[in-house]
Design a protein around this ligand. Structure first.
Ligand SMILES: O=C(O)CCC(=O)C(=O)O
Ligand SMILES: [Fe+2]
Length: 329
């Protein structure tokens, strides 16, 4: 039977370049991603102050009046502000017909120069971030956090390569100018018995990997392979990491995309800052060679990030659908 415990992986030795650590750590990673689809990382090298500073800015952002936040309403690039109850997870294979999610979130992607060809072409998911005015320091802190996360992802993909019995540098090229999104979420406290109203309804992520910063306020639960929901324990300074639908496509379902959900019953506010990382927007995502064979044909057609996200968002983002409708009118 698969494990019911989220493993803790110590990245210290690998990040320090200790001999043998890459393969040793990759083995632990393979266990985590085949057995439960979630793991913690400790000694990841991200300074606690950077995480705290980012949480503080997210809190400051959401403390603004809603009209101010709506000035930055989420656009077709999926950057900007998504108001409370702005989405329902209709693609969820986990739970059907849930109420809209009780959270509000602000999304940014990689900072793009005004004269970047993708920006000039108004290429979807390659737009410029919109930033709040009147919050000095917000942008610098958030951009710095994204840069730190990206650097960590680039180190971690070598572990993914080895965990799949591939050369360590296998994912280096696909993750050049990788596509990412930082979601800065506010969950108000929820009282009472919750039937089908969640802070964030059961879902799997779309990402290759998601890095969820250590959170002082609990609220995340995951569904193990046995179908049981377990609360993610709070481990000081540990990131929670999981795989999503793109990881399943890359690995022909060898690695899991585990359902999870969030409910804030803490009595106070809860914030979360998941960083969703994917390969380069142009990379054809197909099962890596070690996950296919004569008895193991690819389960998915080659997938492109943009096509996939367009489909996904049409299904899930009510606000965006309003924007779509308006654009179409
Ligand atoms: O709030 C959390 O802890 C989890 C957030 C999450 O799963 C998501 O944003 O996809
Ligand atoms: Fe998630």
């Amino acid at each position: 039977m698969a494990t019911e415990t989220i493993p803790v992986i110590d990245l210290g030795p690998y990040l320090a370049g200790e001999p043998g650590a890459l393969d040793r750590t990759a083995k632990e990673l393979r266990f985590a991603l085949t057995e439960i689809g979630f793991y913690f990382i400790v000694n990841h090298g991200v300074p606690r102050e950077k995480i705290q500073a980012t949480f503080a800015e997210v809190k400051r952002f959401h403390a603004q009046p809603v009209e101010k936040k709506l000035d930055l309403k989420i656009d077709l690039h999926s950057t900007g502000y998504m108001p409370m109850r702005g989405n329902t997870l209709r693609t969820s294979t986990v739970q059907a017909g849930t109420k809209p999610n009780l959270n509000e979130a602000f999304f940014v992607k990689r900072e793009m120069a005004a004269d970047h060809p993708d920006v000039l072409a108004n290429r979807r998911f390659r737009g410029r971030n919109r930033w709040p005015d009147g919050l000095p320091g917000f942008r610098e802190t958030v951009v710095d956090y994204c840069n730190t996360m990206e650097a960590l992802v680039l180190k971690m993909v070598r572990l993914y390569a080895r965990a799949l019995d591939l050369p360590a540098t296998y994912f280096d090229a696909p993750f050049e100018d990788c596509q990412y999104s930082l979601r800065m979420t506010h969950y108000p406290h929820q009282d009472g018995p919750v039937e089908d109203e969640f802070g964030l309804a059961p879902h799997t992520d779309t990402s290759f990997l998601t890095l969820l910063a250590p959170n002082d306020v609990p609220g995340l639960s995951i569904r193990t392979q046995s179908g049981k929901w377990i609360d993610a324990p709070a481990i000081p300074d540990a990131y929670v990491v999981n795989g999503g639908q793109m990881l399943q496509r890359w690995t022909n379902d060898v690695f899991l995309a585990t359902p999870h959900r969030a409910i804030n019953r803490s009595g106070g506010e809860r914030y979360a800052i998941p960083f969703f990382a994917d390969s380069n927007i142009d990379w054809p995502v197909a099962a890596v060679p070690t996950t296919v064979g004569p008895d193991n044909p690819p389960k998915y057609p080659t997938t492109y990030y943009s096509d996939y996200m367009v489909w996904y968002q049409k299904r899930n983002y009510d606000v965006l659908n309003d924007a779509n409708r308006q654009a179409a009118e």
